[in-house]
Design a protein around this ligand. Structure first.
Ligand code: DON
Length: 303
């Protein structure tokens, strides 16, 4: 298969779908990103990297980072995590408050905001520096030493982070935070503001396609843990549209409101798409379209 030609076709067919979406504007620094960007990259298990469009341009990875946080916590702490967070789809928006109260401060899954705050809290306890641990891992796996945060986006997140603060304070009131709320939020906002390109993210995610083995051949996760993360990505990785994403794309995926989506092709590689205009659930419209076209054309889904 001519993967380069395929990605070029998919890029030109999918990019116009951005017109159906809207760039996230609840964080002012994200609203400034032009909706016209489109990138797609494929990193393959044999070391190849293919891309089309803006595939080398860094963007705000936002919640795509949460797939990596989950991996880093599970690698250190194993199953203990599941006493503090569930693994069921929430059926609610990622920043919803309502479910957390009647479920007594235990977030439905690690990929909604409340669940991601638990991951950061735990990684802080385990390492003393959640953001630094994540950033070092992303640099090592992507081979991109320049992976860093966007201070303007981080400041904008913090200035408009009232809902995340509410979620964190509520969990603290239920005894489900180990570190001070302000510290957890600070690491969360800065983590969301990390900037990477489609190529960087696709390479960084290869351990998920490779049963938990890192780029240097060392093991981060057991085969079973890698399977579990992929399963949670499939069921919860695209917020309250995870069912539709699974139906259309048929791959584990994790999206972010910067317009990125990471999708895992087990034993083949990792795809990353970026187009900033989002649907009402917070997923990139052209990004989902591109992944749908990719699995339809190649037959490379998990089903
Ligand atoms: O918490 C926020 O508002 C954003 N930084 C969330 C990032 C995102 O992509 C959606 N979250 N699950």
């Amino acid at each position: 298969m001519d993967l380069q030609a395929l990605l070029d076709d998919i890029a030109s067919e999918s990019a116009p779908f951005a017109a159906q979406g809207k760039v996230a504007d609840y964080i002012p620094a994200l609203a400034a990103v032009p909706a016209t960007h489109f990138g797609i990259a494929l990193a393959t298990m044999d070391g190849g990297t293919y891309g089309s469009g803006d595939w080398r341009m860094p963007f705000s990875i936002q919640s795509v980072s949460k797939a990596f946080s989950l991996a880093l916590v599970l690698a250190r702490d194993g199953e203990a995590l599941w006493t503090r967070v569930g693994r069921e789809p929430s059926g609610n928006p990622f920043n919803s408050l309502v479910q957390l109260e009647y479920e007594k401060g235990i977030p439905r899954n690690p990929f909604i905001n409340a669940g991601a705050l638990i991951l950061i809290d735990r990684l802080l306890s385990l390492t003393g520096d959640s953001l630094g641990t994540l950033r070092d891992f992303l640099r090592a796996e992507s081979g991109q030493a320049a992976v860093d945060l966007d201070a303007e986006v981080a400041a904008s997140e913090a200035a408009h982070g009232h809902r995340n603060a509410a979620l964190a304070h509520f969990m603290a009131s239920c005894g489900n935070l180990e570190n001070p709320v302000e510290r957890v939020l600070d690491h969360y906002f800065r983590q969301c503001s990390l900037r990477m390109s489609c190529a960087d993210l696709a390479k960084a995610g290869l351990f998920l396609a490779n049963h938990g083995l890192r780029a240097d051949g060392s093991r981060l996760l057991s085969r079973s843990e890698a399977k579990r993360i992929n399963s949670i990505m499939l069921t919860c990785g695209t917020y309250d549209a995870a069912g539709d994403f699974a139906y259309r794309v048929g791959l584990p995926g994790k999206s972010g409101v910067g317009g990125g989506i990471l999708a895992v092709l087990p034993e083949r590689g990792v795809l990353c798409v970026w187009s900033p205009a989002l649907d009402r659930h917070g997923n990139s419209v052209a990004g989902v379209e591109a992944l749908d076209r990719f699995t339809t054309r190649t037959g490379w889904s998990v089903f």
